[in-house]
Design a protein around this ligand. Structure first.
Ligand code: AMP
Length: 500
């Protein structure tokens, strides 16, 4: 009864006949079997259809991370709908933009926000699903019985995920059944996930990393997940001795390193630690290896492309790089319309079955970034070395142009990060009356600490003058979003007035 639905059939395939096996271990000690998960998803699908959801309709969802939310994702796709998850941090006015843009048939939110969301939901039906898995949607679902998955082709849309919108309005990336299934099938194989695996799942499920990379790969493998509502060092460390893999953002690793309980003994059963969504510091990679004996496997992707590159499972995992283009994915580095030689920096483009279908109702934006021959301009600056390893140097829009010279923030950040007394740094460009932009370094000290003078003098011998920060600012912590990405836009705004 799932066969006609491209994505659901594949998500279900590896657990067929294993309905009584455990899919998820929950924090309260209870478990959810594969059979229960898919039965729950069927009830969700039936509930959505009872509310008028038809194939191609959007179902916008702003809820806490629960198994019922996963069932809602699967149920939406089963019903032929398009799943549209929203960051739980979005405010009413922000949700209003997404709802106005995507025109969903149904909006699902936490009961605590029912009034606020109803006020901006327009013609959509508003249902609730709370952090305890209960709510009006759940009640409606509990009264349903079974569902025949709606037929969907590989090219039909399964999800729309809005980009974080650091430049202008947030854009809805349209992802097809095949975009998701081809990437998950490939990652499962590349990272060797099997039904024997137990994956620590502590990532949010409104983002591609937790929803598609972690959840879909686990389902494709028929693996088990330790399903945590969010990052929690105690819960992760408790799960580790009986787990085999973890997917995290770099801040997971830096936070865990601060905990003495991270040891080789505790990680003895683990076979794989994966990091992505933001750059992993070389220092973190090295410390993790010293403490656990494991070399973190760093990979790179984005909402629009799913996963594009990964360090190898067997070969050398090179710190500071994001590895090779994944099987079926092509990557090239371009400048002024031509591919650059190995080792040179330019804008990274990728092509393959992983690349999305375009931005929802934004044909001009789509045409700017997705070329007719299938190459997608990622907006990330990168280089590919002679061995084929890809290094992400930063977002194109974070490039600093000072006095007509290009400064790649990562080059300056890497040098600063290596200095004693420095935890990490972010290099930004701020308006400057003479230079157009000036290089500013925002630095987080650690241990013995450091000073602006110490940083200025350490860099003076190592960097061309135009790359040296005009000002060094010491901060206690860098602003980050939930995916661990440094919010350079916020820093640029904060320090916009530094030079006049
Ligand atoms: P998102 O669409 O929210 O997943 O953000 C995608 C962006 O995150 C990419 O375009 C990169 O700028 C960044 N990113 C993802 N993974 C990595 C990584 N391993 N290293 C550096 N940047 C990354």
């Amino acid at each position: 009864m799932y066969d006609a639905n491209h994505l659901i059939r594949q998500l279900r395939d590896s657990s067929l006949g294993r309905e009584d096996d455990v899919f998820a271990r929950l924090p309260d000690g209870s478990t959810v079997t594969f059979g229960a998960l898919f039965a729950g998803a069927e009830r969700m699908a039936a509930a959505l259809v009872s509310q008028g959801v038809q194939p191609g309709d959007r179902v916008a969802v702003q809820v806490q991370k629960t198994i019922q939310a996963i069932e809602l994702y699967l149920g939406t796709v089963m019903a032929g709908g398009i799943f549209l998850p929203l960051n739980t941090a979005y405010t009413g006015p922000e949700v209003a933009y997404f709802v106005g843009d995507a025109e969903p048939r149904v909006v699902v939110c936490d009961r605590a926000r029912l009034e606020e969301i109803s006020a901006v939901a327009g013609a959509a039906q508003v249902l609730t699903l709370d952090a305890n898995g209960l709510g009006s949607l759940r009640t409606l679902a509990d009264g349903q019985d079974g569902f025949e998955a709606v037929a969907r082709e590989p090219g039909d849309l399964a999800a729309i995920l809005y980009t974080s919108g650091t430049t202008g309005r947030s854009k809805g990336a349209m992802l097809s059944h095949d975009n998701l299934s081809s990437n998950s099938a490939m990652l499962q194989e590349y990272w060797r996930f099997t039904a024997e695996d137990v994956l620590i799942h502590a990532l949010p499920i409104f983002h591609t990393h937790g929803l598609f990379v972690a959840t879909n790969v686990a389902l494709f493998a028929g693996a088990q997940v330790v399903f945590l509502p969010g990052f929690n060092a105690d819960a992760i460390l408790e799960a580790m001795p009986s787990a085999t893999a973890m997917m995290g953002v770099p801040t997971f690793y830096t936070r865990l390193l601060a905990d003495e309980r991270v040891t080789k003994e505790r990680a003895a059963n683990m076979r794989l630690f994966i990091s992505g969504s933001a750059p992993l510091l070389v220092d973190t990679h090295e410390q993790w290896e010293t403490r656990t004996g494991h070399r973190i496997l760093e990979r790179y992707g984005m909402t629009e492309t799913n996963m594009s590159t990964s360090n190898p499972y067997d070969g050398e995992r090179r710190p500071g790089t994001v590895g090779f283009p994944l099987p079926g994915v092509e990557a090239r580095v371009m400048q002024d319309g031509a591919e650059v030689p190995a080792g040179e920096i330019g804008v990274l483009e990728v092509r393959g079955a992983n690349v999305f279908q375009g931005y929802w109702q934004m044909p001009e934006k789509t045409a700017e970034e997705l070329k007719p021959d299938g190459w997608f301009i990622t907006g990330d600056m990168a280089k590919i070395d002679a061995d084929g390893y890809v290094t992400i140097v930063g977002r194109e829009k974070d490039l600093v142009i000072t006095g007509g010279f290009n400064v790649y923030p990562k080059e300056v950040e890497s040098l600063i990060d290596d200095l004693p007394g420095v935890l990490e740094s972010a290099v930004i460009g701020v308006p400057h009356p003479d230079f157009g932009e000036a290089v500013v370094a925002v630095v987080v000290p650690e241990g013995e600490g450091t000073s602006a003078d110490a940083i200025h003098s350490a860099l003076s011998g190592q960097l061309a003058r135009f790359k040296q920060p005009k000002q060094v600012i010491l901060l206690e912590a860098l602003p980050r979003n939930t995916m661990g990405k440094v919010q350079k836009k916020a820093l640029r705004e904060e320090y916009a007035g530094l030079f006049g």
